[in-house]
Design a protein around this ligand. Sequence first.
Ligand SMILES: Nc1ncnc2c1ncn2[C@@H]1O[C@H](COP(=O)(O)OP(=O)(O)OP(=O)(O)O)[C@@H](O)[C@H]1O
Length: 278
Amino acid sequence: MEAIEVTGLRKTYRDKEAVQGIDLVVARGEIFALLGPNGAGKTTTVEILEGHRRRSSGDVRVLGEDPGAAGRAWRTRIGIVLQDAADAADLTVGEMVRHVAGFYPAPRRPDEVIELVGLTAKKTSKIRTLSGGQRRRVDVALGIVGQPELLFLDEPTTGFDPEARRQFWELIRTLAGDGTTILLTTHYLDEAEALADRLAVLADGRIVAEGTPATLGGRAAAGAKVSWQEAGRTRTEELADPSDLIRKLVADGIDLRTLTITRPTLEDTYLTLIGANR
Ligand SMILES: Nc1ncnc2c1ncn2[C@@H]1O[C@H](COP(=O)(O)OP(=O)(O)OP(=O)(O)O)[C@@H](O)[C@H]1O
């Protein structure tokens, strides 16, 4: 059984068709990233998968059940990292994590979770005294304390400093390594590239591309741009396979320290896809 199976999903808000027929499969243990510009329909889709929003039509199975009809037992098998979940709390980090752990049948040990998100030093601090990035880590702790089979992360690293983002990525890889399926939405292409096994780009309610970070939108087949210095001038050539050119440059004895070979980044590919679907 797949973790998520979606066929022909549609959602209409009054006169706005926010999701216009999405098909999606996420395998168990996979990290899947959903990308797309503001208003593309990511949050709507994710909220339907979480059982927090009704769909207009289509078939949806999450951990084998219809989220629109699933009960409490199903809910304890998924984890949701909500932004701001813990912001107003007058509890300490330890109290909050222990409190939420109590809702689940087989929670992780609260201290272990606090360690995983790097908040051990803040365990006895009140949540309202934490920085924005530290509070986001509490949100993550609350999302994973129930030991979910499937974790939803909606723009999880917004407001994280670079070091915290790297630590968070490590945490996500650890969770995935333990078999947790992860559905992530993000606006950070480097994050999608670093984490996702597969990704899909949504634009205007439709999936316009799907693949691995390396192959999305024909990226692997895209040309390489080769540039080098020759006789004091910068030369540049773009070609599908640079092998012959490189061999020739080596044979000609060019200064290899000046040689660069670049391919479109995931962000280049993404922006091209979004531009083409406007
Ligand atoms: N409750 C609602 N009522 C009416 N329209 C809505 C509602 N929620 C979302 N929409 C509209 O549906 C479309 C998709 O919104 P959604 O929040 O799913 O996009 P998103 O991809 O998550 O965007 P962002 O990157 O900004 O979070 C938008 O045009 C939005 O205005």
